[in-house]
Structure formats: C-alpha cells, structure tokens
Write a protein that binds this ligand. Sequence first.
Ligand code: GTQ
Length: 350
Amino acid sequence: MAENTAAREAYYAKVAKLDVSPLWTTRLVPPRPEDQVRSVAHLWDFDDVIRPALLEAGGLITAQEANRRVLSLENPGLGGSHRVLESLYAGVQMILPGECAPAHKHSPAALRFILEGQGDAWTAVAGEKSVMRPGDFIITPSDAWHDHGHDGEGPYFWLDGLDIPMVATFGPMFFDHYPADRAPQSRPSGDSMARFGANMRPVNERWTRLESPIFSYPYERSRAALEKLRTAQEWDPFAGLKLTYIDPTTGGSAMPTISTFLQLLPKGFETKTYRTTENTIFSPVEGRGRLIVGEGDKQRTFAFKPRDVVAVPCWVPHRIIADEETVLFSFSDRIAQEKLGLWREMRGNA
Ligand code: GTQ
C-alpha cells in the first residue's frame, strides 16, 4: 500500500472540500493531559507587578469609563485569550474611592477574592449590598445584576475568577448593561447571611438556584474555622488543612461551576507531591512559601507571598512548602469536572 501515497494525498485534498477530515491522519484523543493542555504554571506578582500596573491604569482611565478596571491574567501558554488556565478566566480589579463600576449582568458566574483595601468597598449582588474586606470570598452568580463601589480611602484590589471559557465552550454567552449605574437594592445588607448563614433557614422558603444563597463568606469566619481545626492536628499530607466553601442548602459547592477553598499550612509544612485534573488558581492570604511544579528538568519553583496569584494547570504535579504559616485561597474547575465525570487525582506517584 506504501506506493499509493500520491493517491492518498489526492484523496485528502478531495475530501477536505466535503467538510470532513480523515481521522487516521491526526490524533483526536491525546494519551495524557500534558499532550493536550497548553497553559503553563505561572505566578503573577501582586506587590511588584500587578498592583503598580493597576495604579498606573488608575491615572489613565476611570472605573466608570473602563466599566471594569481589570488586568486580565493571561496564561503565557494560551496566547492572550483571556484565560488564566484552559477553563478559567482570572483578573485583578481595582476601584478607587468614590468610583463606580456600573451595574451589569452576564451568564458567566464570577467570584471575587478580596486582596487589599481599607474602608468600605462594597459590591451589590442581586439587590443586596455587601462590604468587601481583604480575605472575603464573594459570589456573583450567573445572570445576577451587580455593581461595585468604594466609599472609603485608598485603592481596593480584588481577584476576579469567572467560568467564561467553560461558557464559551458551550456558547450561551449573555451580557447586559443595567440602564443606570446602580441597580436598585431590594434587600438590606446581611439579609442572605441572616436567612441562610446561621445554620438555619426560613422555614417556608425554598432555595432553588444552583449557587449558594450566601454570596459573601467573610474571611474572619473562614479563618477562625481553620484556627479551631488546627488543634485537631488532622493534617492531610497532600493539602494540610483544607476547607471548601459550601452552599448551606445542599452541602455541595458554593458555586455550580467553580470550586473554592481555603487552606492552612503551618510553618515548615511540606505537602507531598499531588496532581489533579482540576485547573487551580492559588492566592496566598497569609505567609510566604514555595509552590514547586512539574518534575525532572521541567520543575519550576514559584516563591509566593500574600496576594500573588499562581496558576497550576490540569495534571501538573505540584507540592507546597510553607516557609511561614500560610493560608491559601484557591479556586478550580473541580466541581464542573466532577459533574462531567472527569475529575481525577493522584496522590504521590501512583
Ligand atoms: O466585576 O463584573 O474581571 O464582568 C471580568 C468581567 C470582572 C465584574 C471581571 C466582569 C467583572
């Protein structure tokens, strides 16, 4: 058959015009994630790079004009496609005192993780205003009106995580501007926490949405939980002490497409090498340490400090060394992969 090369080439050229391709000339399903995944592990330095770059943007454009004054974290392996990893978008947003990031809504869901700021920055989500403080995790669900503001002093910075690449895969991308800067408030601040955040719920009220009715998870409470659990000394060799944020009405993930976590690693703790199919974004809240990714000649060490952002792609082996007591926030596509039956992990080398 070897002598029919020319005939085959002619055939390939012919069928290309039929909107088909001969599957046997390409590889449809690569054997391993490393043959598929194009994103790379990467660290964005907050204090020395992202923060000054955003402050500079603050002198060039208002939040109002920019709509969202955000630097999108572009994974170096993904060519400026607004993806921090294959399935996730991340950006760092800055708002200055008195500014307004006007109300809009979109089908992609968003999370905020507050990095730095003083005084009363706030976000309004689906008619309820919530303060934002460093370390708070806040959900902006799919299709909920939201606007951000800041009545305090000095700049406020937070990390945005959105499921935009997942939505883009399927296509149902919707975005609307609200006709005014601010969407109207329909509930007092703290309403959702009072309804669903006290280990109780209104007796005759049903919650039918897919995301948690609690849209703000204050750092104080999450950090206190980690502190209390420290005494149990139940350290997972691969993760230290790791909690996941939940929807109290189901016990499941707080968001339907993005999993969110807060973990504590005591000073000197070294996690064992771990890999998972989930695409993970880490942001240290407290402490310095090192994230060691890859193996052999591809191994890289990222020294991290509070407010940095580190991306670890699907199936990349990694371990964490806590040079100081470390608290890490992270988010990943784990819950989406679990729902699709795709999620795996490998603890150690087998
Ligand atoms: O604050 O609503 O980083 O809609 C990207 C898209 C932030 C936001 C982003 C958004 C927002």
